[in-house]
Design a protein around this ligand. Structure first.
Ligand code: 5AD
Ligand code: SF4
Length: 443
């Protein structure tokens, strides 16, 4: 009797992890593991973890609690912990949770299939150290993943050392993929029907800076080269630190119609004192100059951000400066978080920790105002025509199709006809909802 082996992969955290999970699924498929969405059927469970904030890490441990019970019923189950918690905790994970077989840091995902096979023979390991790692060229298989949009990893790691951030310790120092490999990957995707690519890295503005100065390409040069590739109709990227946002990158928004009008520009705080202690290396004044520059280059650009409240030493006046900043910029969307201490992060040692009740109160005040601004922003689209990339493969029960604007807004629309995911259509926006826009097809 032929029995299929099944792999369940759960992903926490950012797009880097989402892409890593896709790669791991493809590598396991080469060893005849079929991906399942039903954890109880799995022969291998991969928990691809995030440790950016305390809450993210707690979610990982609660899933692992469930996996422990599964394994009690199925002792042959192979359990792998990958991603940033794996890198951060290493062998301690196996010491604390003996049902875990493999601990594999983000730089070692290419070894996963071998390690899984060893584990099925009872050999358990932790591979967490990231040393002298070179990103292998990787041409993605087309059988799994979205039929029209993909992430392309262009670099790993971060050299910035913001004092609150765990990333330099989990993803290591900046390493760029070669220009040729990235272009080959996007060409391959385009040839297989992919329309939209998002170039990802923790700090994409530094792309190429670790490479040979004689031949290296900068991030704006890479964007321009990818925009030339036939078949790709939309280009996005994430994430970048405002301090490195150059004029050359702003010029791309003026010159490249394929580059979507959305920029995620994490500000973290509106107070220069707090920014200094965060080691962000920009001031609110220079941040606002960059916001103005982006809006000059692309007047309808949608700006989104990340904000931390309750950083050590944050006074009420510092927090008010953050509230003022969101009034000034009027973000199209924002993610906001309570500060939490992270292993290795410098701010963990800082004095003047903010009380939990104060953090909760500030976060609630900020999120209330952010949501009002987002809704005001959404209403600015009413009466306008937007180019939408279709995302759904059919209409929903109300006859609406789903798609996404260049600004990254989800747009639901009605219209006669049949559309395919990845197709571009023009939609007249009739109504702004709290988290999306609604309209009808034009033409
Ligand atoms: N505490 C709270 N939020 C954090 N972030 C990063 N580190 C921390 C931390 N220690 C937030 C930042 C970052 C986002 C991905 O997570 O806002 O931009
Ligand atoms: Fe989470 Fe950061 Fe790791 Fe992404 S790089 S998974 S956000 S800790």
């Amino acid at each position: 009797m032929h029995t299929e082996r099944l792999a369940y992969i759960e992903t926490f955290g950012c797009q880097m992890n989402e892409r890593d999970s896709e790669i791991m699924a493809q590598l396991l498929a080469q060893e005849s593991y079929v991906r399942t969405t039903e954890i109880s059927l799995a022969d291998v469970v991969v928990v691809n973890t995030c440790s950016i904030r305390d809450k993210a890490e707690q979610k990982v441990y609660s899933l692992l609690g469930r996996v422990r019970m599964l394994k009690e019923d199925k002792p042959g189950l192979v359990v792998a912990v990958t991603g940033c918690v794996a890198q951060q905790e290493g062998r301690k994970i196996i010491d604390r949770m003996p049902f875990v077989d493999l601990v594999v840091g983000p730089q070692h995902i290419y070894e996963l299939p071998d390690l899984v096979i060893q584990a099925t023979h009872g050999h358990r390991v932790a591979v967490e150290q990231s040393k002298a790692f070179v990103i292998p060229p990787f041409l993605p298989a087309m059988e799994s993943g979205s039929p029209y949009k993909r992430f392309v990893t262009i670099m790993q790691g971060c050299n910035n050392f913001c004092t609150y951030c765990v990333v330099p310790f989990t993803r290591g120092r900046e390493i760029s993929r070669s220009f040729g490999d990235i272009i080959a990957e996007v060409n391959h995707l385009a040839a297989n029907g992919i329309k939209e690519v998002t170039l990802i890295g923790q700090n994409v503005n530094s792309y190429g800076l670790d490479q040979d100065p004689a031949t290296r390409k900068t991030f704006p040069e890479l964007l321009r080269a990818v925009a030339e590739i036939d078949g790709i109709t939309r280009l996005r990227f994430t994430t970048s630190n405002p301090k490195d946002l150059s004029q050359a990158l702003m010029d791309c928004f003026a010159d490249l119609p394929k580059l979507c009008g959305h920029f995620h520009l994490p500000v973290q705080s509106g107070s220069n004192d707090v920014l200094k202690r965060m080691n962000r290396k920009y001031t609110i004044e220079t941040y606002l100059e960059k916001v103005a520059g982006l809006r000059r280059a692309r007047p309808d650009i949608a700006l989104t951000t990340d904000i931390i409240v309750g950083f050590p030493g944050e006074s009420e006046a510092d927090f008010e400066a953050t509230m003022q900043l969101v009034e000034t910029v009027r973000y199209h969307a924002a993610f906001s978080f309570k500060y939490s201490d992270r292993p290795h992060a410098k701010s963990t040692e800082f004095p003047d920790k903010v009380d939990e009740e104060v953090k909760i109160d500030r976060l609630a005040r900020l999120q209330k105002r952010l949501q009002e601004i987002v809704e005001e922003r959404n209403r600015e689209y009413e009466g306008r025509n937007l180019e939408i990339m279709v995302e759904s493969s059919g209409p929903n029960r109300d006859g609406q199709w789903a798609g996404r604007a260049g600004s990254n807004h989800v747009v639901n629309f009605t219209g006669a006809g049949t559309f395919v995911p990845g197709q571009l259509v023009t939609v007249h926006i009739e109504h702004a909802c709290s988290h999306s826009l609604r309209g009808h097809l034009v033409g």
